[in-house]
Design a protein around this ligand. Sequence first.
Ligand SMILES: *Cc1c(COP(=O)(O)O)cnc(C)c1O
Length: 411
Amino acid sequence: MPGGVNSPVRAFKAVGGDPVFIARGHGAYLDDVDGKTYLDFVGAWGPMILGHAHPAVIRAVSEAAGRGIAFGAPTEAENQLALAIREVMPAIEKVRLVNSGTEAVMSAIRLARAFTGRTHVIKFIGCYHGHADSLLVKAGSGVATLGLPDSPGVPAEVVRMTLPVAFNDPAAVSAAFAAHPNAIAAVLLEPVVGNAGVIPPAPGFLEQLRRICSEQGALLIFDEVMTGFRVARGGAQGRFGVQPDLTCLAKIVGGGVPCGAYGGRAEILGQIAPEGPVYQAGTMSGNPLATAAGLVTLAELGRPGVYERLEALGAALEAGLVEAARGAGVPLRVQRVGSMLTAFFTELPVTDWESARLADTERFARFHRAMLDRGVYLPPSQFESWFLSTAHTEAEIGRTVEAAGQAFRAI
Ligand SMILES: *Cc1c(COP(=O)(O)O)cnc(C)c1O
């Protein structure tokens, strides 16, 4: 396997050393193949919001497997998951299930181009939207971590139609529209950036994008693959009260089983085959294991107080890290939205990729190793989000803050 891994972010290239090989997960913890236990803040990069091996999820997936693993034909659970998504995200009137976030965004872009009859897409530097050709332009996540923002193998003709601008910069968006009149099909963004580390939208930014898109006849696409069911039950669109035309989902929507979705206004989704002419298909789409895990996960997240608790845990972790860093004299900027956060080794606020990249990645690498030594498993990159789950408790936050205090002094 290239680099020994099946996805680049799993390698420890940016922090040094070898990746930890996982034998099993339970609640907020991971056990590696050598028998060492870690407190997990990666959560499979977002999906495991209920923690690992949650009994209700295991039961639902086991029962679904017992009834047959795949049919390539409609099932009731697909309807139920579609309804569950629509219930918490009213901007999604119609939805199509797919198998990954990459597929969801790739398909949403095709749909936006078909619906508007336009070709260009505005994206934001440092946002990651999967590995489709047109979106590997100034991207975040692993490409940013490895310093490969523009991948070889992507034709220049394709890149020409992607217009990267700075996050939180509405003037740059307006300028791109002015420079490409009637050519821009969509503005695509992570409404809260997670893939450059956590960067919240500046107050009014999402509203400004909504207004610009409506004025210009372009579609506003929220890539909520990470933020959906994470920053609020209704995602970032629920938390900030801004309705996109199209929404992309994955990660939590499949409860840890491969699953994605894209949805939005009925007149737009009605363009997708077999209802309309825009082709998009998938042998495994909406498969029974994914719909079972997704349905039970969304149901658990609907219990009263879940998001309040995640918010409180996140706030406690943020406050603890800030305090521990101050005590150790380490410049640290903790940025958080709900249960996703990044501790940037910098003093300045991080508002876009240019400010994120100023963080001290060498220091982060030392911190990562020091935390690993203390049994805390963090994402192996400065430019990724940490995730909390409902399986984390105040005790685990306390332990993490204590470990961080020691680690800050050691680095
Ligand atoms: C993870 C992620 C993707 C890609 O999803 P995959 O399932 O890995 O293809 C796309 N967009 C965002 C915002 C993500 O966080």
